[in-house]
Write a protein that binds this ligand. Sequence first.
Ligand code: GDP
Length: 368
Amino acid sequence: MSMVCTGCGAPLQMEREGEKGYITGDAFMREFPLCQRCYRIKHYGEITPASVTEQDYRAAVMRALERPAVVLYAVDLFDFNGSVVRGLQGVLRQHEVILAANKFDLFPLRTNPDRVRSWLWREARRHELEPAEVFVVSAKSGGGVQSLFDRLRRDARDKPVVVVGMANVGKSSLLNKILQLSDPEEGQLYTTSPFPGTTLGALAFKMAKTGMTVIDTPGLLGTHRLQDRVCTDSLKQILPKQRIRPRVYQLHAGQTLFLGGLARLDFVSGNSQSFVVYAANQLVVHRTKLENADELYERQRGRLLNPPCSSCDPTLQQLVVKKMGFKEGRPVDVVIPGLGWIRLSGAAVDLRLHTPAQIEPAVRPALI
Ligand code: GDP
């Protein structure tokens, strides 16, 4: 099949539902065939996610940003480090960037959004992003979305909003919320059109009432994030479903924490102190003696220490060790992209972190 979607320009295919260019046989027979994704946007005003790998992604984003635009840069607040799109900083500097940190509903109730916003400003700069504004939002609850929408409407009168983000940060959910605010009566309100230089899955559409043009680029997948490497069942184990309950462990040197079988933190030396795990509530966190940890991992991986399971990428079982030493100072988070983070209290400590090859752990000032 070599025809392309008359909406987004993706090559049409009937084999893989949910993937780029999927179309049913009936729809394919139409004079101007639209892939399932474009069809839903056009007729139901509902955006479903599309994801691609690096090369297609860069081409789509570069193309969309050839002209002045307001960039809506969506990140997942639960996985800020895994949400930063690498190598895009240069091109983004030529545009106004609005950073929307999504999924705030997952954070403990007492979390102060103003503190989170200040933290985001600092972290964005550390990642060489220069946003014009930062919003803390929840596409799920709708919190913060109205302010974001007002800002976009104000700044994107004569240029399009280009939406960028890694896959699964909630870009589509956020766009759908914005569409509801823009055009509350659903129906045939949106016009989709092929974006120039197509076959890439980027999609331009115009909101009927506000006249705002939105270009949605596909979400990027990355090997450095666990959510893109585990199987669908394991994904359910690591993605938070509800508000995260921080789990506090008072540990002393010679103890180890396992986060499923995907991360292991050895407390090598330092005074007794607290470690707070921020991860999906359903993820098993197991404490053991450091001297037993190797044997426990060999015996229990895929069982008690799960995920990963046998359907996940097998290289997830090749753990790489990183030594980490901290002098006394401010609290920091040891981040495992896609899985969550462990907040250290700021006391001096020597640690060893074991994570799967290619997953890139990071250390950052504590978020909470
Ligand atoms: P996209 O790939 O970036 O377009 O992401 P989606 O909109 O498809 O969302 C990815 C996953 O995150 C889905 O399971 C959504 O239900 C979930 N999600 C999206 N927005 C939110 C949010 O604000 N809060 C929570 N808790 N989950 C969200």
